[in-house]
Structure formats: structure tokens, C-alpha cells
Design a protein around this ligand. Structure first.
Ligand code: URA
Length: 224
């Protein structure tokens, strides 16, 4: 697990401990727009079947920071855009407080189709499994190869799993920067929906403040 702290509170992950990205990560799409178009008809896992559409990443073609969430929610599935529902609004507000301009980053998800259980008229979010994460990692790695960010922010466990190639503990790695063997820096933090799910207002406020501290650390790393 991460050892020697480096400037900016970063701690490199012990190299060689993590499964590395699959070998076919070299990009074969000339642009993000071409990858987005190809992903519309993705059948790499069964999730396309019940989802409305593929929700690909969006933002700057060459951002400094890429944010990776879990998967589109109900509103994102209908809109075809990532992080436009309640978790997205919270993310936007915290990024704003940390002086990170969402228009200058790229936002995507580990899994690009909404996975849900129908319950009456509602569609209840269901966590993607390891096979679905692995299948969609193909797209995530294409996005990273094309955008070439300085830093990737893993929002929650599914994103960290997809980016680091294995299940990791967000509790242990939170606030740390993990270096992949390909040189990519991955900053690990919580998913904003964790804050939304907390029942007590006092806990929500405390966790929002912690999340804001993480985003301020991200902003400092980019300013350094
Ligand atoms: N949660 C995510 O992880 N991604 C979204 O796009 C929306 C909610």
C-alpha cells in the first residue's frame, strides 16, 4: 500500500502491486468525438440492453483533470450526459467552491450504461459488477489515452477499481495520489452520492467539507 509521502501530500503507490491496464489501451480513435460515436453501439457487456443510451464522457478534449464516477444514474441515462442529476449538481457546487471550473475538465464514468432494478415505475441504481467494470474499462482507457490528463480523480470505489485494475479501499486511499505504472496519477476520493445518501444533515455537512478539502488538494496539485 502507499508509502513515501511526496510533495503536496501525494503518496506513490508501491509499484507492481496493482493490475495494470489491459494491453489494448493504445487509442485507435483519432478523437474523443470518434470514440463517443463508436461507443453509442457498444455491446461489450449486457448493460446496453435495458439502458436508454450510452453515456460517454464530456468536457475539454485535452483537460488537465479527468473526473471518473461510477455509472450514469437515472437522469444521466435519459439526458445522455454524465453527472447532470443530484450527484452532478453536488459535484458542480463543490468544484465551484474549490475554484475548479467544470467547463475546463473532462467528466466521465467507469461504466457507461445505467444499471438498475425496476421497482414499480422507478429505476433503482444497481452497482456494476467486476465483469461490467472490466468490459467498460476498454472505453475508459481510450478516453484517458485521448485526453492525456495530468491527473485523474477517482470518485468512489468503482472508479478506483476501474482505474487501478483491482478492488481498493477508498477509506484507506482517500486523499492520496496513486501512480500507475504507465505514469498516470490517480487521486482517490469518495463519490458525491455518498454524501447525498447520509440521513443526518450534520453528517452531510461534515462530509461535504471533507470532500471540498479533497477537491482543494486537487486544485493545489494542478497549480503546483
Ligand atoms: N453518478 C455517477 O457516478 N455518474 C453519473 O454520471 C451520475 C451519478
Amino acid at each position: 500500500m502507499p508509502t513515501h509521502p511526496t510533495p503536496h501530500g501525494e503518496r506513490p503507490h508501491a509499484r507492481g502491486r496493482l493490475n495494470q491496464p489491459p494491453p489494448d489501451t493504445a487509442t485507435d480513435f483519432p478523437t474523443i468525438a470518434a470514440a463517443r460515436e463508436a461507443a453509442r453501439s457498444c455491446r461489450r457487456c449486457p448493460l446496453w440492453h435495458d439502458a436508454t443510451q450510452t453515456v460517454f464522457g464530456e468536457g475539454l478534449d485535452h483537460p488537465e483533470i479527468v473526473f471518473v464516477g461510477e455509472q450514469p444514474g437515472d437522469q444521466e441515462d435519459l439526458a445522455g450526459r454524465p453527472f447532470v442529476g443530484p450527484a452532478g449538481r453536488l459535484l458542480d457546487a463543490v468544484l465551484d467552491d474549490a475554484s475548479i471550473d467544470r467547463a475546463k475538465v473532462y467528466v466521465t464514468n467507469a461504466v457507461k450504461h445505467f444499471k438498475f432494478e425496476p421497482r414499480g415505475k422507478r429505476r433503482i441504481h444497481s452497482k456494476p459488477n467486476a465483469g461490467e467494470i472490466r468490459a467498460c474499462r476498454w472505453w475508459l482507457e481510450k478516453e484517458l489515452a485521448l485526453t492525456v490528463p495530468k491527473l485523474v480523480v477517482a470518485l468512489g470505489a468503482t472508479a478506483a477499481h476501474a482505474l487501478l485494475g483491482e478492488v481498493v479501499s477508498v477509506t484507506q486511499l482517500r486523499g492520496q495520489t496513486v501512480y500507475r505504472s504507465d505514469g498516470l496519477r490517480v487521486f482517490v476520493t469518495i463519490h458525491p452520492s455518498f454524501i447525498l445518501r447520509l440521513p443526518e444533515e450534520v453528517d452531510k455537512r461534515a462530509e461535504r467539507a471533507r470532500f471540498l478539502e479533497d477537491m482543494r488538494a486537487v486544485a493545489r496539485m494542478m497549480a503546483a
